[in-house]
Structures are given as C-alpha cells and as structure tokens.
Design a protein. Sequence first.
Length: 223
Amino acid sequence: MKAILQTEFTYVWSTLLAALGAFVIVYAFLCWSLQTPAMVSMLCAMEPLLIMFTFMNADMANGWGRYRAALPFSRRDIVVGRYAAILLFAAATIAAAFVLGMAGNVIGPAAIAEFEPMPAFELAATCICSTAVVLVLVACMQPFLVKFGNAKGVRYATLAFLLVIGLGIAALSQVLDAPMMYEVADWIEANAGLMVVGIAAISALALAASCAISLRIYSRKDL
C-alpha cells in the first residue's frame, strides 16, 4: 500500500501544491473582504473534488490508469490506494485549513477592526463537515468512473445526481415546512458535536461502500 500511495502522490503532488497556494491567496482575500475566517471551509470543500479531477485528468491525458495497471500492484491495491490517497489529502487539507483559520483569528482582529473570529470548535467543525459532505459526493462518483471510464462516468454520475436531487427536493417539499425547518436548525445548534460526528460517520460509510463497489467492478474489468 505504501508503494501505491507513493506512486499516486508523485504524480499529483506538484499540481496540488500549486492549487493549495492559490487557495491560500483566495482565502486571504475572502477573509479580508468578509471579515471572518469562516470561508476556510471553501478550501476543505474543494480539495476532495480537486484531487479526484486531478487523478481523472491524469488517467485520461497520460494513460496513467493503464500504466498503474502494468505496475506490480494488485487490482485491490490500485483501487484502495486511490481512495486512501483522496482521504489522506482530505485529512491534510482539514489540518491546513484549521491552521489557516486560527491564523486568521489572530491576524484578522489586529488588521481589521470589525473582524469576527471563530471559536476553535466551530472552525474545526466547519472544516470537517465541509470535507465530509464533499467526500460523500466523491464516493458516489468513483464507482461510475471505475465502471464507465472518466468521460462517460462523469456524464452518467451527473445525470444520476440530478435525478436524485430533483426527486429529493420534491419529496422534502411535501414533508418539511417552515416550523419544522426551525426545529431542525435548533436541534443542530444544540447538538453540534453530535452532528459533526454523524456527518463524518456517514462520509466514512459512504467511502467504504463506494470502495467495496469499485473493487468489485475493477476486479472484473478488462484492462
């Protein structure tokens, strides 16, 4: 597993470092403009998609997928390694985003009179939840990419998402009303810690299920 992770990291490391530098600049601008470090969650939300699309581009443009399959790795290593790489980059992004947010808490009030710092727990919760929600999206897309390839996989996954989201909105509109929404908001505020743990758990389960499905597909795929 260490070897496959090193292989994955070697290919995308420079791209991700450049993107991280751009995110830091954008975060500093938003932090200054909005007078809050809350937008650090943007970095956390975009990173899982960035790493997924970076790998997609590598597989499509340079035949990285076929090259990996020719290396002395099992198919299980290839699939699990991809998921592990996405998770490791996501964890590193959460840590980096938290540090940036805390730095904003220190520097912001000194530079901007009306700057509103975020408590450490709220900052950490925002980073974790933003990442976890997008990781669920990545988990849903990965089996499509493994099954149909990157170009078709994105199209089919997008159509599936639109269908599910449309049906979900239609169903929720028949169930939820304004008073119920207020009750949900009050419950989330009173149980923030539980909410963070729940979202993280859902994300972990989605990734585990996605990995199992991708393993089953890739084990039968003609490379």
